[in-house]
Design a protein around this ligand. Sequence first.
Ligand code: NAX
Ligand code: ADP
Ligand code: K
Length: 519
Amino acid sequence: MNRHEKIQQIAVTAAQMQEIEGRIFAGGMPVAALMEKVAGLIYKRVQSLFPNSSVPIKVGFLIGPGHNGGDGLVVARELHFRGYQVNIYRPFSKLKDLTAQHDLYAQSLGICYVENVADLQDCDLIIDGLFGFGLEREIKDNLAEAINELNEWSKPVISIDLPSGLHTDTGEVLGTAIKATHTLCLGLWKLGLLHDRALEYVGKAELIDFDIPWTDITAILGETPQIQRVTTEFIKQHLPLPRPPVTHKYKQGHLLLICGSRKYAGGAILTGLGARGSGVGMLSIAVPESLKPLLVSHLPEALIIGCEETGNGAISSLPDGVNLGSYDAIACGPGITTEATTIVEEVLANNKPVILDADGLNILAQMGTISTLEKRQATTVLTPHAGEFKRLFPDLENLQQNRVEAVKKAAELTGAIVLLKGARTAIANTSRIWIIPESTPALARGGSGDVLTGLIGGLLAQGIAANTNSLVERVVIAAWWHAQAGILAAKERTELGVDAFTLTQFLNPVLANHFSSLL
Ligand SMILES: NC(=O)C1=CN([C@@H]2O[C@H](COP(=O)(O)OP(=O)(O)OC[C@H]3O[C@@H](n4cnc5c(N)ncnc54)[C@H](O)[C@@H]3O)[C@@H](O)[C@H]2O)[C@@H](O)CC1
Ligand SMILES: Nc1ncnc2c1ncn2[C@@H]1O[C@H](COP(=O)(O)OP(=O)(O)O)[C@@H](O)[C@H]1O
Ligand SMILES: [K+]
């Protein structure tokens, strides 16, 4: 893996970034030289995003008191030299030394300083250099008002490092925050940018790599950082491709899905189609007896097991002769309703890897999440959305806003692999956390989670059959694949065109697009 690919997999907190920078400075890099280098990369990127023309672009700068403001001032100076019409709003009198020096020089060049943020309203572009990872308290009073005013303008805004006002680690809005259209994150991805609640502020985000020595990164984060930003490169390393040339269907995993009810018949089909997309060798699907013909017609390759049903058409028990121990993995939950308690108990008592989703999770919550999972030896995967997470882990309610902490704690408490769904799905086991950095709101539709459950199940079953020693990567692959299928589908059909069935049709094309070299 080259440097670019490796660096994209890292996400850091403010404290980690400070420690890493501390090492660079201790190594002898002058602070001013680093700022010059970084700002040089930023202004070139701004130039390529907003090239100047015969009519000069008018750029407004927001300059803060620290080195984020220093970066901003160097960018302002360089754009001034390149013919941009620069205006600076600097609502602070006390600046850090280096920032103060750049400020003096900008003034000596005759760059225009404005009194009020409103004076920037006729700018074509705003560059936000108020605060970076040094923001340490709420933004209040006049500055908060200025930011709120600017957010009303709907202009292009480029934030340096991160949108000012966002907490670097948690993405929390401290008082108020700049709503950027672009974020140029410096050196290493800041963790806060990967939280759902930050997304409204971040816009299009990209990393500006300023050559932080790899040894300084690993000295602070270790060889395998605890938090991983999931990239195509990671997926490529762990995908079950290419297949061994000599194999047979049972060697490619046998997945049992337990899903559906009279009320939620479609959920069973979508879960089945998700599993189909995974390439699993054998697929068995247990559904209420009355759903059997429907499932056969949609998934002719699957073995459909008709089950005895309750008066409301939920699965009440598996037929005699079905041996849970004979499958490589079992995925249980989509559409089963909360009546199907017996079956969930039976599945969890079994010693095979289990994925629980939807009502499977609600039943687990009723059984007692932690006490039930304590008894399990085999791998358990839980795939809650925020509402299900709350029911599973009521004691973690105060962490709900910090999804990364929440998923980490949930994995520690249960020993399970926990996948917390959302705009930025996060996955944790007891030692590490993975975040899916790209997705699309096109997926916010009923049934898309069912597709994910089937996909996870199929990949897990293949992993077990292949004696893969770590299964969490299979769950991560499924989450990435699901999101990428959504992105491709939205590109071709718009964000309104990605119903769950359509999503299943994009699972294979998206893989073929990304990994043509493995075909
Ligand atoms: N350390 C370095 O040499 C480098 C820093 N870089 C830039 O420097 C930034 C970090 O610089 P700093 O550590 O100076 O921090 P910031 O520039 O993020 O801001 C810190 C300053 O803001 C003040 N402050 C914090 N919260 C405030 C609030 N709510 N209201 C008013 N004032 C508040 C602090 O007292 C401090 O003076 C990075 O985000 C990046 O933009 C980059 O140039 C790369 C190299
Ligand atoms: N705003 C969003 N951006 C990206 N992905 C989303 C968004 N909202 C939902 N998703 C994804 O869509 C899926 C929804 O699953 P879930 O809530 O279980 O729905 P359902 O049970 O109806 O299938 C999850 O994989 C989730 O991560
Ligand atoms: K900023």
